[in-house]
Design a protein around this ligand. Structure first.
Ligand SMILES: Cc1ncc(COP(=O)(O)O)c(C=O)c1O
Length: 464
């Protein structure tokens, strides 16, 4: 959101537009400030507009050095080409672009099977803008199903709640607020940054619309014990009759576990897992913004929520928060699936994990860092600092001087005294880049440590 003083200065028309004897930089646009608050009366040449914005965007960080984000920063040139070829297609115009719809349905099928949805169930799913939209839609469906069931039993349905750990992404809390559901947040512990099945048992009741659990937490890259939680929910269903669905947030982990730990049961193999979200734009290896929501069974989505609409001469059913959206990332997801196949994804994920393990190991070896996600189930490394008076925030700032973007933050409630640095390893982050990062990390560490020693010496001198 922008506010501030309106720049009313208008660009003066100049005799000197783009002429053969100068470059765009020789035109008047480059010696005047550019409009920031009001659409200017007159435009400018496309070259000038391009260069002005292009140059300004150099102030952004470099995506390749951005280890803060999980989001894809590189795709193959053929994917780029397909993206550009479909960038003008509105996904929602399914009557006009029926092939794009078919491609989306193919991806949903492939994902449902990747997540082991029983083929005798009528699984269903949809593309979304990202995991956030997918989580909201998934939970909304569970809220409606819970309400319908309560009504049919003649029971009150005015106090829905949702159970999750404080290790969830902020979008879960957003759901609770936006959709008026009581948030039962299980706090972390001083030395455990995920939840336990027992925590869940203590929190659920007959008004619980769903339990949320994460594979690949945003904070530390760990996972909630999905199978144990599922087993407890099965027990609760048997003993108390509460059939509580489990929604798994696989924003990043959903594209890792099927390739690296295929035998681990975290998905639709578990009976209470009714819906899963995954971000195509994270380890799905597609640029932002695409996410996916898969329901194990169509019956989990109340019919009332699916809009059957007549639009632009055709009939379509729609379950989304957004209406219009681009098609290109959906198409790019399909490109990746048929281009890489299972084996292609697997080898990329193996490289990522090996590189993350190498980074974790080298950092531990220095004796200055403690790795939190020791198992490195997912390709990211979260560390705390050992024995220093300087902070992770100072180290993060120091690394920024070299262009590295490595976030520093504190963990959620009950573990808020733990301050960490997190490095997400992405497809285009090679071993060579990890070596460069390690060398810069060690150098930054030493600079801060020497500074700290100097300061201590100065303080001592002052005392005498
Ligand atoms: C575990 C988890 N869930 C949900 C989200 C939100 O995903 P998106 O950015 O695709 O909306 C993220 C984002 O990092 C995440 O890490």
């Amino acid at each position: 959101m922008l506010s501030g003083k309106v720049n009313t200065k208008k660009l003066k028309k100049s005799e000197k537009e783009h002429t053969p004897e100068t470059t765009a930089y020789g035109t008047r646009y480059f010696k005047n400030s550019i409009p920031k608050f009001e659409i200017p009366e007159e435009g400018m040449s496309s070259r000038a507009a391009y260069l002005l914005i292009h140059d300004e965007l150099n102030l952004d960080g470099n995506p390749s050095l951005n280890l803060a984000s999980f989001v894809t920063t590189w795709m193959e040139p053929e994917a780029d080409q397909l993206i550009m070829e479909s960038v003008d297609k509105n996904y929602v115009d399914t009557d006009e672009y029926p092939q794009t719809l078919k491609i989306q349905e193919r991806v949903v099928n492939m994902l449902a099977r990747l997540f082991n949805a029983p083929t005798d169930c009528n699984y269903m799913g949809t593309a979304t803008i990202g995991s956030s939209e997918a989580i909201m839609l998934g939970l909304l469906a569970h809220k409606w199903s819970w309400r319908e069931k309560r009504k049919s039993e003649g029971k009150p349905c005015d106090k829905p709640n949702i159970v999750m750990g404080a290790d969830v992404h902020t979008v879960w809390e957003k759901f609770a607020k936006y959709f008026d559901v009581e948030l039962k947040l299980i706090p972390l512990k001083e030395d455990l940054y995920t939840i336990t099945a027992e925590d869940v048992v203590g929190a659920v009741d007959e008004n619980t619309i769903a339990v949320g659990a994460v594979v690949g937490t945003t904070f530390t890259g760990q996972m909630d014990p999905i199978k144990e939680i599922n087993d407890k929910l099965v027990e609760i269903k048997k003993t108390k009759g509460w059939d509580i669905p489990l929604h798994v947030d696989g924003a990043s982990g959903g594209f890792i576990l099927p390739f690296l730990q295929p035998d681990l049961e975290w998905d639709f193999r578990l009976s209470q897992v009714r819906s899963i979200n995954v971000s195509g734009h994270k380890y799905g290896l597609v640029y932002p913004g695409v996410g996916w929501l898969i329901f194990k069974d169509k019956k989990d989505v109340p019919e009332d929520l699916v809009f059957n609409i007549t639009y632009l001469g055709g009939n379509m059913s729609n379950y989304s928060l957004n209406f219009s959206k681009g098609s290109s990332t959906i198409i790019a997801q399909y490109y990746n699936f048929i281009r890489l196949g299972f084996e292609g994804y697997k080898s990329i994920m193996e490289n990522l994990q090996e590189n993350a393990k190498y980074l974790a190991h080298e950092l531990e070896k220095t004796g200055n860092f403690e790795v939190i996600n020791k198992e490195v189930d997912f390709p990211l490394v979260t560390v705390t600092l050992k024995n220093t008076d300087f902070t992770v925030y100072q180290l993060s700032d120091k690394l920024r001087e070299k262009g590295w973007i490595i976030p520093a933050y504190k963990l959620p409630e009950n573990a808020q005294d733990v301050h960490v640095l997190r490095m997400v390893i992405k497809e285009n982050f090679s071993r060579d880049m990890i070596e460069n990062l390690l060398s810069d990390l060690k150098e930054a560490y030493q600079i801060l440590q020497s500074k700290e020693k100097e300061e201590k010496k100065d303080n001592l001198t002052l005392l005498y």
